[in-house]
Design a protein around this ligand. Structure first.
Ligand code: AMP
Ligand code: GLY
Length: 441
């Protein structure tokens, strides 16, 4: 509640207690990532008032929800003007690339997330490559091409990676094994224009373990969050088509806090410095998708926001106040004073439950049962859930729920996550059985 001017602030000749203005945070987005952000903010000692737009039926238990299209600048600024939040946190990339942070700044509202110009790092793969080369960040060798013949001429060996230049919801990357596949991929992107992109990045194929390393950035400093690994394919053993993410774990044992800061110094910091030099300082989460090659870590991509489902595994271990950190990142150089981040000395494992047909399609209206049996210490975050006609919880999209458990080691965390995930049932439920198996034999 905001404090209002009262009639008299004097009681018995003494000044009344100074009113505490409660923090009010507006989170934009509707997925399990945003639910994890809401849950982490709710753990802040400042107990902020939380509003999520549009949110979902699960988020509605932890925050007030408001109907809204997060990519619509007018709607977002309108709601922010009405609510006057002390902070807006943007979950997905599309509103950031569309310049939501700029629009909120113009309206005088503090926003955690990069400007539209800085968000081009995710919005355009060719721009991202240009910045990496200028910043001297290790990445795969590449060419930017505009025609199929230019593309084929740029290929020196197979497999080769072919990427659409613009946002493609994770579906714009093809690994071509031979010339026929490369030609088909180039034609699809440059002739059939599957993603309204005029340019394509043709890139060296890297081999190694993938790593997600997210850093909080205040325009000047990059502070690494705990390392994480996500699982993009639908089936066990990394088989089948790519999805939005079927599970994750954090931290990655080989990348402890010290190693994470080292990678951050070699990867995130030079990008931050380069963007500052260009006059577009980066505030928000800079997420590096890395390949740990024999020659060291190399960047596959940058995202300009929290990862999904990495965030569901990262934030439950954070013992520092997320609200304070996000606010500090909004101020130029603001993270310098926050000190080292504190983490629970535990492993977190996140398993995603998806509906039948995902990722090609999805099944809605399947009744979800068993959530009431999940133990208190397991974090359940909602993505594609909704209400059926009788008010029962039902599936409403491809990825339905994320289930995260912590444990003293990976095997214990895995067992707890799968035990809880197995309690939650709906027709056609899909989940991978091998999340974090590699680190918990
Ligand atoms: P991106 O959207 O650029 O992260 O690519 C999506 C996925 O494609 C990555 O998570 C990797 O699994 C794969 N990938 C992208 N670039 C490369 C590369 N240069 N070499 C090998 N795999 C890649
Ligand atoms: N976990 C992949 C992403 O958030 O883009």
């Amino acid at each position: 509640m905001r404090w209002r001017e009262g009639r008299s602030r004097l009681h018995h000749g003494r000044p009344a207690p100074v009113p505490q203005v409660r923090d009010r945070v507006l989170v934009l987005g509707a997925g399990a990532r945003e639910h994890a952000i809401v849950q982490a903010l709710a753990r802040s000692p400042r107990a902020p008032e939380l509003i999520c737009a549009p949110g979902n039926v699960g988020i509605a238990r932890d925050a007030a929800v408001r109907v809204l299209r997060p990519d619509d600048r007018g709607e977002v600024v309108g709601l922010a003007r009405e609510l006057r939040p002390t902070l807006v946190v943007v979950g997905p990339e599309a509103p950031l690339v569309a310049g939501i942070a700029d629009a909120l700044a113009e309206a005088g509202i503090r926003c955690f997330g990069p400007t539209g110009e800085a968000a081009r790092l995710e919005g355009s793969k060719s721009y991202c490559k240009e910045v990496m080369v200028a910043a001297g960040v290790p990445t795969a060798a590449h060419s930017v091409v505009r025609t199929v013949s230019e593309g084929l001429a740029a290929i020196h060996r197979y497999p080769v990676v072919i990427k659409a230049d613009g946002l493609a919801a994770g579906k714009g990357v093809v690994i071509a094994e031979n010339e026929a596949q490369a030609t088909a991929a180039l034609r699809e992107l440059l002739v059939e224009r599957r993603f309204a992109t005029e340019r394509v990045v043709v890139e060296e194929h890297l081999v190694g373990e993938e790593l997600s390393l997210l850093a909080l950035c205040d325009g000047v400093n990059a502070v690494a969050l705990a390392s994480a690994r996500d699982y993009k394919r639908i089936y066990n053993g990394d088989l089948g088509p790519n999805t939005g993410g079927m599970g994750s774990f954090s931290p990655v044992p080989a990348v402890d806090e010290r190693r994470a800061q080292e990678i951050c110094a070699a990867v995130h910091q030079p990008v931050l410095d380069e963007l500052a030099r260009r006059g577009t300082p980066f505030h928000g989460v800079l997420y590096a998708g890395l390949m740990m090659t024999e020659d060291g870590p190399k960047v596959l991509e940058f995202n300009v926001r929290f990862g999904d489902p990495e965030t569901q595994a990262i934030l439950p271990r954070l013992r520092s106040d997320l609200l304070k950190l996000l606010e500090a990142a909004c101020e130029p150089g603001g993270l310098a004073g926050v000190g080292p981040l504190l983490w629970a000395d535990q492993m977190a494992v996140t398993v995603v439950l998806a509906s039948a047909g995902y990722p090609e399609s999805f099944s809605s209206g399947d009744v979800i049962t068993g959530l009431d049996r999940v133990p208190e210490n397991v974090f359940v975050t909602h993505a594609g859930t909704g209400r059926g006609r009788g008010g029962e919880l039902v599936t409403a999209a491809g990825r339905v729920l994320s289930v995260t458990a912590l444990g003293p080691d990976a095997a214990t965390a895995r067992a707890a996550a799968y035990s809880a995930a197995d309690m939650i049932r709906f027709d056609g439920r899909q989940m991978r059985r091998d999340i974090a198996l590699r680190v918990a034999p």
